[in-house]
Design a protein around this ligand. Structure first.
Ligand code: UDX
Ligand code: UDX
Length: 431
């Protein structure tokens, strides 16, 4: 099928490239001329493992092309997929400006029998609103609006897209369902597709992300208790995860969750609860707990230092997690300024994050390797769990540091091994 994807972000590019790779003819569209320029130059504007290979392969086989702005060319598309940003608005709910603008623009050009798929994460009722906007601006009414939220994780996006646990489709007409089965036929089997109403589909996405965010806050607060009572959070996670109803995944403590989704989606669901008088009280605590955690990280670090004589800190990893360049709501955006306000000098190394992070983090010394970031520091702080951090030459690292003090907020090393190597090693939730 011929597909136009609107929005060349993490969601739009991964969706478009994977659909192209499964044999569809895909045009990825964006209103950012720099992004489109890079893509036409066979360059991917974000870091996502495997994306460049998919780009080159599918441009080569003519399944993939790029265009600036929505034009009449989308009239040939059977499917128009909306994946523009839905950032947090002023009062915490999702800002739908871009989605609504996009709907208005496509209404001018879509041919009869076009399926409009909303892949962006949108509050309940958005598909209805988009349908109304298109009706008001389109010369015909032979189109349908379908909800198809995405569940990919940055850093693992392609694998998540082509091996989904489930595809959620919010559609009312049988014809729409047949088209969606055809869209995904070379990606997954029909038994993986859950058909429901549009509103249920929209809510499934928010409920899914909010449930995952709750797990993280829960294990982080259990980790805090473990530190106080001398228990090991790794064993707690293992012990509860053996219960099939809980499961072993998504129970790794860290410096707090970030990214473009969990914070935004939890806030949006709280606002939906207020709007429909169905308070989402648990999520209020999730947001507050997460924000407090990020604020308390720098205090944990400073408590280990003699502020009179120790003020050199090395940071390994500033993006919101490993395997991405995305800085949105990253804990480092709270932690590093807090440390600087307390007189600390900061050296930073991140395998992929410097380009994005250097636009936001000020007065930090960017280094090209982890060893350089550790040189002559009083404390080395680990904020993300890149594979290369786990494989560091620890003797070499220790010899370059002024004080062999490591605060590991991703528990990537074994405490006993680190002590034997002569480090003052602190991590989270491990006694
Ligand atoms: C975002 C949200 O984070 C996610 O919750 C939602 O499901 C999809 O949009 P992401 O892919 O990270 O996901 O978006 P982002 O990286 O912000 O990219 C959105 C793209 O849309 C940008 O490239 C932007 O230039 C483009 N865009 C935005 C348009 O092409 N037209 C617009 O009117 C607005
Ligand atoms: C998330 C959802 O997982 C995905 O399904 C949805 O489509 C988009 O939002 P993403 O934000 O890319 O994906 O990353 P994810 O791997 O879920 O991590 C989110 C945050 O939680 C990160 O800050 C990460 O460091 C943190 N996290 C995750 C933990 O602290 N512990 C964990 O066990 C897992």
């Amino acid at each position: 099928m011929k597909i136009s994807v609107i929005g060349c972000g993490y969601v739009g590019l991964v969706s478009g490239f994977c659909f192209a790779d499964s044999g569809h003819k895909v045009t990825c569209i964006d209103n950012n001329d720099q992004k489109i320029g890079l893509l036409k130059d066979n360059k991917v504007p974000i870091y996502e493992p495997g994306l460049t290979e998919l780009l080159l392969k599918n441009v080569e086989n003519s399944n993939l092309s790029f265009e600036l702005n929505i034009t009449e060319n989308i009239k040939d598309s059977e499917i128009v997929l909306i994946a523009v940003g839905t950032p947090t608005g002023e009062n915490g709910d999702a800002n739908l400006t871009f989605v609504h603008q996009c709907a208005k623009e496509i209404a001018e050009f879509i041919s009869p029998n076009t399926q409009i798929i909303i892949k962006s994460t949108v509050p309940v009722g958005t598909c209805d609103a988009v349908e109304d906007i298109i009706k008001e601006n389109c010369v015909h009414s032979e189109f349908s609006v379908i909800s198809n939220p995405e569940f990919l994780r940055e850093g693992n996006a392609i694998n998540d897209f082509i091996n989904p646990d489930r595809i959620v489709i919010g559609a009312d007409e049988q014809t729409d369902k047949k088209i969606m089965i055809n869209l995904y036929k070379d990606i997954t089997t029909e038994d993986k597709i859950l058909f429901t109403s549009r509103r249920s589909s929209e809510l499934i996405k928010y409920a899914s992300n909010s449930m995952l965010a709750m797990r993280i806050i829960f294990i982080n607060e259990i980790a805090d208790l473990c530190e106080k009572i001398g228990a090991d959070v790794t064993d707690i996670a293992k012990g509860i995860g053996l219960d099939k109803r809980i499961g072993p995944h998504f129970l790794e403590p860290g410096p707090g969750f970030g990214g473009s989704c969990f914070p935004k989606d939890a806030r949006a669901l709280i606002e939906s609860g207020k709007k429909y008088d169905a308070p989402q009280t648990l999520l209020e605590s999730v947001i507050l707990g997460n924000e407090n955690r990020k604020k308390n990280i720098s205090k944990k670090i400073l408590d280990k230092l003699d502020k009179q004589s120790e003020n050199q800190i090395g940071i390994l990893g500033v993006t919101f997690k490993a395997e991405t360049d995305d800085m949105r709501e990253s804990p480092s955006l709270i932690i590093i300024p807090d440390l600087q306000e307390n007189g600390m000098n900061i050296s930073v190394y991140d395998p992929e994050g410097e380009k994005e992070a250097s636009k936001i983090l000020k007065d930090v010394n960017w280094k090209k390797t982890a060893y350089e970031a550790a040189e002559n520091v009083d404390c080395l702080v680990i904020l993300t769990d890149w594979e290369e951090f786990k494989n560091l030459d620890l003797d070499k690292l220790k010899n370059s540091m002024k004080r062999p003090l490591i605060y590991d907020f991703r528990n990537i090393f074994d405490p006993d091994m680190m002590t034997e190597l002569g480090f003052e090693y602190f991590s989270i939730g491990r006694g």
